[in-house]
Design a protein around this ligand. Structure first.
Ligand code: GTP
Ligand code: MG
Length: 611
């Protein structure tokens, strides 16, 4: 039976196509705010890092009422690294809004989300957004979406989706371009008429699949999902069906439904609604909260496997205590929590080591967001260079490959092609659009892309656009040369002097400037040459005469290049680490003393280990 009083939909798209902005419009036009209430843009992006980076990181639930129907909406992130959020969000909905930028058209992540949509057999509404853009080409984009569906094996019926045209920033949706509509009513109406209500049985035994997790300091861990059948009531007993066991007699202390931006506490919820439960411990995504008498779990959620891993270490650097949480136990507990909250992340212990853990995920940005969150929470830690996860298939080592989509000014095509072929990329498409830009596609080992994003921005002077899509596992591509430059390393502790700084500038690019406290083994710059360079960066000028000393003014010196966390992660070599504390991001050698490094080089042991 379909429950007509509910609609559950997810909004999916490539990054930045306007999902969260559309949700702003939906909230504003459904009476969520008082008249004249000042509200911010992209309301659901409420995490610090979401606002700073301008992207959605976590899927978010919200709900509005339209004509006595409750519409639950899940806003999902569009960045490829957070694809796991899309996969699990689609588990709690009965349809989706597929958003596409009217000028950019379908991009790699559009392909990813359409594939997931077709896998789940969900009905869809196509929304062509940003029709106000000067370079909008809305009708053509609709055709491109049909092509994409056909390319992904959609049958004729699956192509019969409704199409709307929107300007999310103005809260307007048109059925036909330029039909004079001034609000989002056409969207609300289309949701009611085209997306079916949830299939849910009120009188059956309770089954609630946990599709997402959240945390509140007030109730603790919160599990979010769609109530598939039966009822949930506070203070009643349920069974928690985990992967390998069923824990009965779990009392449910707190229950919420969504309304606008709020989670509202209720005593009871009916099947079909998207709800949140609180106060039951050790929830995992994929667990089912089921009837206590007849616990019957729903199929667990499956998401794509991780492709990249990094080692997270206890910070053993001299300034580790800049953080509040330093120990192996702190690190382990925090990483366990991260993995619990995100099915796309995995954690493994390292044999015989208690001071480092292996974390696997979808990409460098996903890792960087986790590290940055930890840093802000007061953790002090170190991370290693990201590595791809290889597999063994029929005795053959395979590694992950990505499809790489580039849009660059044509004068850079030569350099880019050369760089990518060194990274074992194979060009599959090249099209000059006649307006000075070229579109290029490559198939490339994920390994070849590690550290490439920065290089690409430099190579294209910031004018290139780069997107990637996971392609699958294939044969190991052979050796890919890593960073071709060495590091400039401090050979003793102390404070960088202007004099030593200035005389080292000619040797490469400095990352740390005068006045910075360094330790032995700290990486303070990039050498122009392939080998590492150890320098005494704390030396003072011999004061032979006063006039020369007076000229040592810091102000006239070229400033160091400040590396962001992502840039640092991309930069380091296998024998280096990024040290992250709430106050600083530093680079260092794994082995801090020159002597240790020499011995390791000689034995070629440990030096080349991943951790
Ligand atoms: N011109 C124009 N800009 C829009 C429109 N809708 C959204 N934008 C802008 O597009 C940018 C991205 O919008 P978001 O809503 O954050 O996009 P998103 O799809 O949620 O992005 P992710 O969650 O990171 O994938 C913002 O700068 C918006 O102001 C529109 O209709 N017209
Ligand atoms: Mg968003």
């Amino acid at each position: 039976m379909r429950k007509e009083n509910f609609r559950n939909i997810a909004i999916i798209a490539h990054v930045d196509h306007g999902k969260t902005t559309l949700v702003d419009g939906i909230l504003k036009q459904s009476g969520t705010f008082h008249e004249n209430e000042q509200v911010e843009d992209r309301l659901l992006d409420d995490m610090d890092q979401e606002r700073e980076r301008g992207i959605t990181i976590n899927a978010n639930n919200t709900a509005v009422f339209y004509k006595n129907t409750k519409i639950n909406i899940v806003d999902t992130p569009g960045h490829a690294d957070f694809g796991g959020e899309v996969e699990r969000s689609l588990n709690m909905v009965d349809g989706a809004i597929l958003l596409v930028d009217a000028a950019e058209g379908p991009l790699p992540q559009t392909r990813f989300v359409v594939k997931k949509l077709l896998d789940q057999d969900l009905p869809v509404i196509l929304v062509v957004n940003k029709i106000d853009r000067k370079d909008a080409r809305s009708e053509k984009v609709v055709d491109e979406i049909y092509d994409l569906f056909i390319d992904l094996g959609a049958d004729i019926e699956e192509l019969e989706f409704p199409v709307l045209f929107t300007q999310a920033t103005a809260g307007v949706a048109h059925q036909e371009l330029g039909d004079g509509s001034e609000d989002l009513k056409p969207l609300f109406e289309t949701i009611l008429s085209e997306i079916p209500g949830p299939k849910a049985k009120d009188n059956a035994k309770t089954q609630f699949l946990i599709s997402n997790l959240d945390y509140s300091s007030y109730v603790g861990q919160i599990g979010i999902g769609r109530l598939k059948s039966g009822k949930l009531e506070v203070n009643q007993l349920y069974s928690l069906c985990k992967e390998n066991e069923i824990i009965s007699n779990q009392k449910l202390p707190t229950l919420f439904t969504f309304n606008g931006l709020q989670r509202i506490q209720v005593d009871e919820v009916e099947a079909g609604d998207i709800v949140a439960i609180g106060g039951i411990n050790d929830l995992n995504i994929g667990d089912t909260l089921a009837s206590n008498q007849e616990p019957n779990p729903l199929p667990r959620i499956e998401v794509d496997d991780p492709t990249v891993s990094m080692f997270f270490h206890v910070n053993s650097s001299p300034y580790a205590d800049e953080g509040e949480y330093l120990t192996s136990r702190h690190l382990k507990e925090r990483l366990e929590e991260a993995v619990l909250n995100n099915v796309a992340l995995r954690m493994e212990e390292v044999p015989d080591r208690t001071d480092c853990f292996k974390i696997s995920g979808r990409g460098e940005l996903q890792m960087a967001v986790l590290i940055e969150s930890m840093r802000r929470e007061g953790y002090s830690l170190m991370v290693s260079k990201p590595e791809v996860i290889t597999k063994k298939e029929a005795g053959q080592v395979t590694e992950p490959y990505e499809k790489l989509f580039l849009d660059v000014p044509e004068e850079f095509v030569g350099d880019i092609t050369e760089e990518l072929s060194e990274r074992k990329g194979e060009m599959t498409y090249l099209m000059n659009n006649g307006e000075g830009r070229a579109e290029l596609h490559f198939i490339i080992p994920t390994r070849g892309l590690i550290g490439y994003r920065n290089q690409f921005l430099t190579d294209t002077k910031g004018k290139g656009i780069m997107n990637t899509l996971f392609e699958g596992y294939d044969e190991w591509a052979g050796e890919i040369s890593q960073r071709t430059t060495g590091a400039i390393i401090a050979d003793r502790p102390g404070e960088i002097t202007p004099y030593a700084y200035q005389s080292t500038l000619a040797r490469g690019i400095m990352f740390e400037g005068p006045g910075t406290q360094v330790y032995e083994g700290m990486v303070i710059g990039e050498n122009n040459r392939p080998e590492d360079l150890e320098v005494n960066i704390v030396r003072q000028k011999q004061l032979t005469n006063f006039r020369a000393a007076a000229k040592d003014s810091t102000e006239t010196l070229e400033p160091p290049r400040d590396l962001s966390l992502e840039q640092s992660i991309e930069f380091i070599a296998q024998d280096e680490l990024v040290e992250v504390t709430p106050e600083n991001i530093r680079l260092r050698k794994k082995l801090l003393t020159s002597r240790e490094r020499k011995i390791a080089r000689r034995n070629n042991k440990k030096y080349n280990k991943s951790y």
